[in-house]
Design a protein around this ligand. Structure first.
Ligand code: C5P
Length: 219
């Protein structure tokens, strides 16, 4: 039966947002709560998978039965994810990784003086794209949060990042996206198949996503 397919498998989940330091007391962050990724980790553990959760800063407690590794920056998340990737069977990247970081993190607190302050940002590596490029046997799942052209952008990401499945959500809908307890998503698959899911809690959605993954792995 589909629900037992993950038993004994190594499942790698990322969750939460990253923080990119500006100086010792400030950072650039985002509104990710970590709830979706934590729910996935909890449900995968309940399905008897060996779960490693790589999480940015969140207020959520470590889920029982899950190996939790906390990171702050995208660079740290990349290191942690790459160290766990090769022997993972399923990888779900629910984290909201910062696309850019301040080019220089000031070693001292930046003092206020001028009327304007310019921060130069440089691009962070796209961890998921790197995973897609070196994929061997892993089933690779990404998330996409969009505010417009949801299906178009999502389809492009699925292909560019070499994913097996993409969970796409329009974060402008009420009851969806960052910090909400519920979500409304569309699932896109490598073979072009798509399905729309109704609004549900992130816990229910985690269960649904894992059930769908099991269906596809067993095909
Ligand atoms: O391209 P975009 O950031 O919208 O893609 C989102 C997906 O890519 C998520 O699964 C996210 O975890 C992953 N990602 C990543 N590294 C980045 C940016 C996004 O792994 N630097």
């Amino acid at each position: 039966p589909a629900a037992t397919i993950l038993a004994g498998k190594k499942v790698l989940v990322t969750a939460g947002g990253t923080r990119e330091p500006i100086d010792p007391v400030r950072y650039i962050g985002n509104r990710s709560s970590g709830k979706m990724g934590y729910a996935l980790a909890v449900k995968a553990a309940q399905m008897a998978a060996k779960v490693v959760l790589i999480a940015g800063p969140t207020s959520l407690p470590d889920p029982p039965g899950v190996c939790v590794k906390k990171v702050e920056t995208a660079a740290q998340m990349r290191q942690a994810v790459l160290a766990e990737y090769d022997d993972s069977d399923l990888v779900i990247k629910a984290a909201a990784v910062a696309d850019y970081r301040p080019q220089l993190a000031s070693p001292q607190k930046i003092k206020k003086s001028e009327e304007q302050l310019t921060l130069t940002l440089e691009k962070n590596p796209d961890i998921l794209r790197e995973l897609g490029a070196k994929k061997t046997h892993q089933f690779l799942v990404g998330f996409a949060a969009e505010t417009e052209n949801l299906l178009e952008y999502a389809t492009e990401k699925l292909q560019k990042k070499n994913l097996d499945m993409l969970v796409a959500n329009d974060v402008t809908l009420p009851g969806a996206g960052f910090n909400a307890d519920t979500n409304i998503v569309k699932l896109l698959y490598r073979d072009g198949h798509r399905e729309e899911l109704p609004q549900m809690t992130k816990i229910e959605l985690a269960e649904k996503i894992l059930a769908k993954i099991c269906e596809h792995i067993s095909k």
